[in-house]
Design a protein. Structure first.
Length: 225
């Protein structure tokens, strides 16, 4: 079974991991390297992790209010459009209109930032809001060096089932209620965001942490074609 998020909205990181006007988080989706950040106005951004001026990674730069500034020459790009808005070394010069960072569609739902890579971004399905039940707690993000399809097949073998729209896998891991969101990061790299109704610091939460490590070890031990 290889259930994939329809049309595809990728759960790239927790919304809480992005602080307004502050940090830049590196991410991946289907091999696309991403710079994830939150503008000072609170809007979440997902951009190709490459400055269009000299191709330096945006994750080396900084957030300046509602702009992302490249670390190399300091060129600044506007949140939302990705349009070059300022060249600090030449403040009197108008920013070139043909220089624009590549941006992707974003949606925040169920405590996660979801990213869509298609040039024509469809409306995010309302079902994403219910991917994680209200009141559940984040456990951890599991890095698995295996294809996302292998991760999904293993979750199915463990008895978890996937929602057809949000692709949230629900079931028990070592008798702990769990929701797993699988991110297809690279051809042989997946991330699994694990959520549970177990309270932080509880024995059940500790059990899930152990189960997650064992799950990863089992998947990575499988033959990789």
């Amino acid at each position: 079974m290889n259930t994939q998020n329809t049309a595809t909205w990728h759960p790239v990181t927790r919304s809480a991991d992005l602080r307004a006007g502050a940090n830049i988080v590196a991410g991946f989706a289907e091999g696309q390297e991403l710079a994830l950040w939150r503008a000072a106005d609170g809007t979440a951004q997902a951009w190709e992790n490459r400055c269009p001026h000299r191709s330096v990674r945006f994750t080396l730069g900084q957030v300046v209010d509602n702009r992302l500034a490249c670390a190399y020459h300091g060129w600044q790009y506007a949140a939302g459009s990705g349009q070059c808005a300022s060249i600090p070394a030449h403040p009197a010069m108008q920013a070139p209109r043909n220089v624009c960072a590549k941006t992707f569609g974003t949606m925040e739902a169920a405590g996660m930032l979801w990213v869509h890579l298609s040039p024509e971004v469809p409306p995010a399905p309302a079902e994403l809001e219910g991917a994680i039940p209200t009141g559940w707690h984040f456990c951890r993000t599991l890095t698995v060096r295996a294809p996302a399809g292998t991760v999904r097949e293993t979750l199915a073998q463990r008895g978890l089932t996937a929602d057809a729209v949000s692709a949230a896998w629900r079931g028990l891991l070592d008798d702990v209620n769990t929701v797993a969101l699988v991110l297809d990061a690279q051809p042989r790299l997946a991330f699994v965001h694990l959520w549970t109704d177990a309270a932080p610091g509880s024995p059940a939460m500790k059990t899930l942490h152990t189960a997650a490590r064992e799950l990863r070890a089992g998947i990575e031990a499988l033959p990789q074609g």
